[in-house]
Design a protein around this ligand. Structure first.
Ligand SMILES: [Zn+2]
Length: 488
């Protein structure tokens, strides 16, 4: 067998004011010389797994571009078209292949393209014809409709949020593709529109861990090959938004439709209970004044780069300082200018520094502080899972009235406590840990803190859906509309 591998993705926030440009992909993940030697990361592991599986089977592998950008506003049209056409040209130059496997995020929007994945794979299908098998791995925060199913043989989404299963789902996709190429199975896909938007973590209390377990339990039985719940990405105003249930069966389209509807309705029934609860900003700061045996964790969710926000708002830092909370840590605050200044003055220096609030209208006001520089590191990283490293750029730790703040030069979320502990910051002795992040930190920080609050701060990805100005998403859509499917 001969297979072709590529990656192209980002997660587009249509409410963010700054575009995702070609340089953002080059600064993010940009691999042109083969995935084998690339550092293991959430964006490289899927293709690395496919390469390992293919090599073990003695298959020939043709590799193209692997490109991924940290989420932001819509991708610049020419940047998307350049990367898309580069991969299509590589595929044409590769000659005949049996299958294509790609990790595409699933929520990439470019100027002129509401659905980059459907556009990309439709062009690919036109190029390779009906016989080449095309398999995709997608993040569960995707937008999808029938147009992508029509041109794809197999789609497997992540099942876990926080995303800790991209490697295992890549394995699932490979095995299904291998069986398809061997003629053992004939995948048939169907999608059920749940008409729901929101955030539905799969590892907190509530119905989602059981829902995910039930999907696993149904796979491999009675012709059901794969089940995925696409949660949707709520900060995009596009016509194919919303949670959708995908079922893949062995050649039985009616069964795929039936199973997708069955699981889709089960998710619909638990949607409210499954939703991540958010705490008003002022209530969170009031709670943060109280001391406990362990730190309180405040997640500054509305300015998290993983949702496409700039990552440089100062609202929570100012609120902590105004509340007199001086035994605390906060990070990351994306501010390359301030980091550069800290490197110029060096560790031990004290200076007047303007931090944050620079990049786009959602960034809000900067904060002028008297800062002591505690720690500096070039090319810093944090750990993810057991062996993966997530680059953070250059890091400066400053202290302002007892509050330690992690500044960095690369927009990135919080994957583990090593974001701080690799850089001289202790956590156990703090009253408050403030994270500019949504949810992916939750399980790995749980042993360190007494409680975690997901705080509805101001920003480019607020959890207050009813306040967002949606014009193009399909209606009815829960929670904007109370019971879109009429099943309550
Ligand atoms: Zn995601």
């Amino acid at each position: 067998m001969r297979i072709f591998l590529a990656t192209l993705g980002t997660e587009t926030n249509t409410f963010a004011s700054f575009p995702t440009g070609f340089d953002d992909f080059k600064r993010g993940v940009w691999i042109e010389t083969g995935i084998a030697s690339a550092p293991a990361s959430p964006w490289s592991v899927p293709a690395q797994r496919w390469l390992q599986h293919a090599k073990a089977l003695d298959w020939e592998v043709v590799e193209s571009l692997y490109a991924f950008a940290e989420p932001a506003g819509p991708t610049v049209q020419s940047a998307y078209e350049t990367m898309r056409d580069r991969i299509l040209a590589d595929l044409a130059a590769a000659g005949p292949v049996d299958a294509v496997l790609m990790f595409l995020h699933g929520a990439m929007i470019a100027t002129g393209y509401d659905d980059c994945e459907a556009d990309f794979v439709t062009r690919m299908r036109q190029q390779v014809g009906p016989d080449v098998r095309i398999g995709l791995e997608l993040d569960l925060h995707a937008h999808i409709d029938q147009s992508l199913l029509d041109v794809t043989d197999l789609i497997v989404f992540y099942k876990a949020y926080p995303h800790i299963d991209y490697g295992e789902r890549a394995d699932d996709l490979f095995v299904l593709m291998q069986r398809t190429l061997a003629g053992e199975i004939e995948p048939t896909m169907a999608l059920y529109d749940c008409k729901v938007m929101g955030l539905f973590p799969t590892t907190r209390e509530g119905p989602m861990p059981g829902f995910v377990a039930d999907m696993f339990a149904a796979e491999g039985k009675d012709g059901v090959l794969s089940l995925s719940l696409n949660h949707g990405f709520p900060w995009a105003d596009v016509p194919n938004a919303g949670a959708k249930m995908l079922a893949v069966t062995d050649g039985d389209e009616a069964q795929a439709r039936r199973v997708a509807a069955e699981f889709g309705k089960r998710f619909y029934a638990v949607r409210a209970e499954a939703t991540l609860p958010f705490v008003p900003f002022s209530e969170a700061i009031t709670k943060a004044r109280q001391k406990g045996d362990k730190p309180l964790l405040l997640a500054d969710v509305s300015d998290q780069t993983g949702g496409g926000a700039p990552g440089d708002t100062t609202y929570m830092i100012k609120a902590l300082l105004d509340a007199g909370i001086t035994n605390a840590v906060y990070g990351p605050l994306w501010d390359p200018l301030a980091v550069g200044i800290c490197f110029q003055v060096g560790v031990g220096a004290t200076l007047n520094l303007r931090i944050g609030g620079k990049f786009e209208p959602h960034s809000g006001p900067p904060l002028d502080v008297r800062a002591e520089v505690l720690f500096l590191k070039r090319d810093a990283y944090q750990d993810q899972l057991t062996s993966e490293k997530v680059p953070m750029g250059d890091v400066a730790i400053i202290r302002v009235d007892g509050l330690e703040i992690l500044l960095n030069t690369r927009r990135v979320g919080v994957f583990s406590p090593t974001m701080f502990t690799h850089h001289g910051v202790t956590l156990a002795d703090k009253q408050v840990i403030g994270l500019k992040n949504l949810y992916k930190h939750r399980d790995v920080f749980a042993p360190l803190v007494r409680e975690q609050l997901f705080v509805a701060t101001p920003g480019a990805c607020p959890p207050t859906w009813l306040d967002l100005e949606f014009h193009r998403i399909p209606r009815p859509m829960w929670p904007l509309d109370p019971d879109p499917l009429g099943l309550d």
